[in-house]
Design a protein around this ligand. Structure first.
Ligand code: BG6
Length: 516
């Protein structure tokens, strides 16, 4: 039988008044990027700076001082960044905007373990501070591999970057991975805290800066109609997905040691979990929001290591085909061991033992080389309590679902039941759908840079959350890396929806995944 037609109700964005939607331009500042010759600076940071300038969100008084080991002139540095930005933003790139921005870009090569190099760097930064009138405000951005975090942070601490300037803030941005397990995470946080205070440290999780992730709290707490339903009385279960079509790309060196649980769960998926499950903070300010996110981690039921297979399914992609193109297996990717046991997929059942969520499973899944690129939070409501239509209808009534789409097509949709026009009694599931227009979405890196310039830590991760998420996951990861967890890899084909065992994880509970 043909699928019944499902009408779609499309939403439109209603722009609010200036006061609710405007973004303040931050105060003047300088940005020192460690690792400026690398991929992150080229693919993410430079395009974000370009878009901020284009949208007049970057302070007029601004400079960026790039540092890395490679020797390079200012001109060569600017040229490589120009090419990178042009490639990232082909439709938006304008020479005049680029030229005005590139005039404030400088390069200074440094050996990360050479103390004298940091003295020179400080002098250079001071000279630029005066020349651009940035008032001493300075951001250190660590776009370097974790192996040199400690060197860089310790040396920054040994040089007086306040020398010659009376005022100004010092902020440091640090990207994941923050540690490999609980011990290394504690060590990194200790190094950071030896030099900076917590209010100066911006631990970045780029998922928190995604437009629709920020929207989760607005959606939950700025609409009176959802919060009364947001609990175990009305919600059957929650599915949080971050699936990728990409494979390991050129990052085997890092990924082979990390695997999916460290790469995606300890940070991104756990943060989505916290935002979905947290209590309303009294105020929408960083400290209060961080406190509530922390309480979710404190309520997560520790994973039962003697019953691993009931809570977690791991996978690794084998050969497959995507859009008619043959894809190699993970073990055939460049830099990956031929007998690698690194998981590229995981599905995990998480229980939150608190008043609101007792008994409601949160199913988290993430994987590489899956059928679709999709990040979403799907709230499955309970079925209606009594089927008054049951004598006339054969089927069950589909329970309502609410999907918060993180990407692509940032937005949300809600499935509801309506009567089909015409026929006497026939229900149909329709979607109320809202999609953000692309033009209003700030990229994650634009958001992160802006917030760090403005001193707003709301979208960053506090030290205690890093510690607690590692405390929860480290025993689980160690157990899955031991023989206690039998692995028959590869166990899913590139381009598929993941291992069949992941379906079993839900079917044991009488549920099924939303199709990818
Ligand atoms: C990164 C992971 O943090 O997030 C990558 O290290 C992953 O492995 C990426 O591909 C996914 O981010 P996004 O924004 O593309 O969903």
């Amino acid at each position: 039988m043909a699928e019944p037609h499902k009408p779609e109700i499309r939403g439109t964005i209603i722009h609010g008044s200036e006061s609710t939607c405007s973004i303040d331009v931050p105060a003047p500042c300088g940005l020192i990027i460690f690792g400026a010759s690398g991929d992150l600076t080229h693919r993410k940071i430079a395009p974000a700076l370009y878009r901020l300038r284009k949208n007049r969100l970057l302070p007029e008084s601004f400079f960026m001082l790039g540092t890395a080991r490679t020797a390079m002139s200012n001109a060569a540095f600017r040229e490589t960044l120009r090419a990178a930005v042009q490639e990232s933003l082909p439709d938006e790139f304008r020479n005049e905007i680029w030229d005005s921005l590139a005039d404030s870009f400088f390069y200074h090569s440094i050996a990360y373990d050479d103390a004298a190099g940091y003295q020179h760097l400080q002098k250079r930064a001071l000279e630029l501070t005066h020349r651009f009138g940035t008032g001493g405000n300075l951001i250190f951005y660590l776009a370097v591999p974790p192996a040199v975090f400690t060197d860089v942070v310790t040396h920054i601490g040994q040089v007086n970057f306040s020398d010659g300037v009376r005022e100004g803030f010092r902020h440091i941005v640090i990207e994941k991975p923050i540690g490999h397990d609980i011990d290394s995470a504690l060590a990194i946080n200790k190094t950071l805290r030896a030099v900076f205070q917590e209010h100066q440290i911006y631990r970045m999780d780029h998922y928190l800066a995604k437009e629709n992730v920020q929207n989760i709290l607005m959606f939950r707490f700025a609409n009176a109609i959802f919060e009364p339903l947001w609990n175990r009385n009305f919600i059957d279960h929650v599915q949080i997905t971050a699936s990728e079509k990409l494979g390991v790309e050129h990052r085997a060196g890092y990924y082979e040691r990390a695997g999916i649980l460290r790469d995606m769960f300890q940070n991104h998926l756990f943060q989505l979990l916290a935002l979905t499950a947290m209590e309303p903070p009294a105020e929408f300010v960083a400290g209060r929001v961080h406190d509530e996110r922390m309480k979710v981690f404190q309520s997560v039921r520790p994973f039962q290591l003697d019953r691993l297979l009931e809570h977690i399914v791991l996978g690794q992609y084998g050969r497959g085909s995507m859009n008619g193109v043959d894809m190699p297996a993970y073990r055939e990717e460049h830099g990956v061991a031929r007998d690698s046991m690194t998981p590229t997929y995981a599905a995990l059942r998480v229980m939150i033992d608190n008043w609101r969520w007792k008994g409601v499973p949160f199913y988290l899944r993430s994987g590489k080389r899956l059928a679709q690129r999709c990040a979403e939070i799907a709230i499955f409501f309970k079925p209606v309590p009594h089927l008054m239509f049951s004598r006339l209808m054969h089927d069950q009534i589909e329970p309502n679902t609410l999907i918060l789409r993180v990407q692509p097509n940032e937005g949300m949709s809600m499935s509801i039941q309506v009567k089909n026009p015409g026929s006497r009694l026939c229900l149909n599931t329709v979607l109320m759908d809202f999609t953000y227009p692309r033009s209003v979405v700030l990229s994650e890196y634009e958001r992160v840079l802006l917030d760090c310039m403005q001193g707003d830590q709301l979208l960053f991760v506090r030290a205690d959350a890093v510690t607690l998420s590692w405390e929860l996951l480290t025993p689980l990861i160690r157990a899955t890396e031991s023989d206690a967890y039998p692995k028959y890899f590869p166990n899913y084909a590139a381009g598929s929806s993941g291992p069949v065992e992941a379906d079993a994880l839900l079917s044991l509970d009488g549920r099924s995944w939303r199709p990818l």
